[in-house]
Design a protein around this ligand. Structure first.
Ligand code: PLP
Length: 421
């Protein structure tokens, strides 16, 4: 469900015409719908109604300050994976007591900053990290709230790059070692053992893997409680998929699948959704530069590129591509939609049937709200697009288009002799 729709053949974001928006801010541009973000957050939150829970939006999916501020105002917590994300949350006005810190490689600086900020808990992923956190807490004369992230060893059947719950992945500690970890952690008095966490992957559109994760977590929690450890939080991770193409995702089914096996455990559940909240709340608007016909293929060359949205190149991800203005006379044609970057991986769609656009037409790359702008780069010395947040009939530029000065910021022009020293 999202608020991108046609009115008289013209694509609108809520009550704002994308044509008019593009005329004012230029293209390529990321455009987000606040109403969609709010709705997704609320529906997700309500899927957990009746259980003690905290939704912690996964900042890495969409980290613009204004978006984080909107979620903070709705009572959201945040799942962070770096110091930069911690600083973003604090700048956006987040409550540090609702921040969980995930990731396999937290540095000493990051742990220190998060401890000083007073976050809810660290999701710990290895023995050495446990000792590192204890040592830093000792130095600060503080106690660190920790949760162990378990790797439940299951295969959610998604792209291998976004699957994190198999025993061969770098994430989490093995189920078989969990009891030993809790024993070790209990002996470290600088640590406060508050939870158990997991995160099995991303873009999971079937309830099966979540049910399996719930079952394994339930077993693990019972074993831990039997050890005499008092847990407060059970962090279920993120991973709920979105319909990019024709997948269907029912949040009620997801919640029932993962919570079913966990009923009766007197714990506060934490969920860390990213994609399911932000994915279909954003588009990348681009302009057609050229339509090129070779002997075997047709290419629609647009001014957006893999540096703006890398998901197709990285995961072979599918994004729907909609004309911003429908042409009633446009014939359906088979084409590749590609960007200007010097890589064959620079594509948005391959062998896609779509209404054949003309040069200067605008196209909206749909489903670009999550893992879109946040993964963008300056490759090919391209300035990154602006981010625009639409709310009803209003819109706000929440990040400016980069300039050449942004592109070379921090670079030094060192003069070397052509023939060496
Ligand atoms: C990436 C990530 C998430 C969010 O995943 P989505 O698939 O976007 O919901 C949640 N938790 C952790 C630990 C993550 O690394």
């Amino acid at each position: 469900m999202h608020y991108f729709d046609y009115r008289d053949g013209e694509l609108f974001v809520e009550d704002v015409s994308l044509n008019r928006l593009a005329a004012e801010v230029g293209v390529p541009a990321y455009v987000y719908s606040a109403r969609t973000l709010r709705r997704h957050f609320t529906v997700f939150d309500q899927a957990f109604a009746g259980t003690d829970h905290l939704v912690c939006f996964a900042v890495k999916a969409l980290s613009n300050l204004s978006v984080l501020r909107l979620f903070a105002a709705m009572g959201s917590g945040f799942d962070i994976v770096s110091r930069g994300e911690l600083m973003r949350c604090l700048r956006a006005g987040a409550d540090p007591r609702k921040i969980v810190f995930s990731g396999v490689g937290k540095t000493a600086d990051e742990i220190t900053a998060a401890l000083k900020a007073g976050i809810l808990m660290f999701n710990v992923e290895s023995g050495p990290e446990l000792y590192q956190i204890a040592e830093i807490a000792r130095g600060l004369k503080m106690r660190a709230p920790v949760s162990l992230r378990v790797n439940p060893d299951l295969d959610p059947g998604t792209h291998p790059h976004i699957s994190t719950g198999h025993r061969t992945s770098k994430f989490g500690v093995p189920l078989s070692q969990l009891a030993a970890y809790y024993t070790r952690a209990r002996d470290l008095k600088e640590l406060e053992l508050v939870g158990l966490s997991t995160h099995i992957g991303s873009q999971i559109t079937e309830p099966g893997p979540f049910r399996e994760a719930g079952q394994k977590l339930a077993e693990a929690v019972r074993a831990i409680l039997a050890q005499g450890v008092q847990l407060k939080y059970l962090d279920l991770g993120g991973g709920v998929g979105v319909p990019y193409q024709d997948e269907s995702v029912e949040l009620g089914d997801y919640a029932a699948a993962i919570l079913g096996p966990l009923r009766g455990l007197n714990l506060t559940f934490i969920a860390e959704p990213g994609r399911v909240i932000a994915g279909n709340a954003g588009v990348l608007v681009t302009r057609v530069l050229y339509v090129k016909e070779t002997d075997v293929k047709r290419f629609i060359v647009i001014d957006g590129a893999m540096n703006d949205l890398i998901r197709p190149a990285l995961y072979d991800a599918y994004h729907a591509i909609w004309p911003v203005t429908k042409r009633p006379d446009a014939a359906l044609a088979l084409a590749d939609v590609v960007g200007p970057v010097c890589e064959s991986g620079d594509f948005f769609a391959r062998d896609r049937m779509l209404p054949l656009p003309r040069p200067a037409d605008l196209l909206a790359v749909m489903g670009a709200g999550a893992y879109g702008f946040v993964m963008s780069s300056n490759y090919n010395s391209r300035t990154r697009p602006p981010e625009v947040l639409v709310d009803g009939s209003h819109w706000h530029i929440v990040r400016e288009r980069e300039t050449f000065d942004d592109l070379i910021r921090g670079e030094k022009l060192v003069e070397l002799k052509p023939n060496g020293q």
